[in-house]
Design a protein around this ligand. Structure first.
Ligand SMILES: [Zn+2]
Length: 75
């Protein structure tokens, strides 16, 4: 199961439809980054980007509590 998680503020997108929408915008984000000579860290800017400057990372969650713990242990 996939999630998108901000690498700065931990904002999380867990809805499949929202994830698909974000992934559709991935190319545009990569182009925007390369226009600024930056490497995208994630697939999309966080919705709080103005505050956190984070990017959404694709995280595969193996399920349940263990997946969340692993995620927290590896910031
Ligand atoms: Zn964020």
């Amino acid at each position: 199961m996939k999630r998108l998680v901000c690498d700065r503020c931990d904002f999380e997108i867990a809805y499949k439809e929202d994830i698909n929408l974000a992934l559709e915008g991935q190319d545009a984000w990569e182009m925007a980054c390369s226009a600024r000579d930056e490497e995208p860290r994630g697939v999309f800017p966080c919705k709080n980007y103005r505050h956190c400057h984070g990017e959404m990372q694709v995280v595969t969650v193996r399920g349940g509590l263990l997946g969340r713990l692993r995620q927290k242990a590896n910031p």
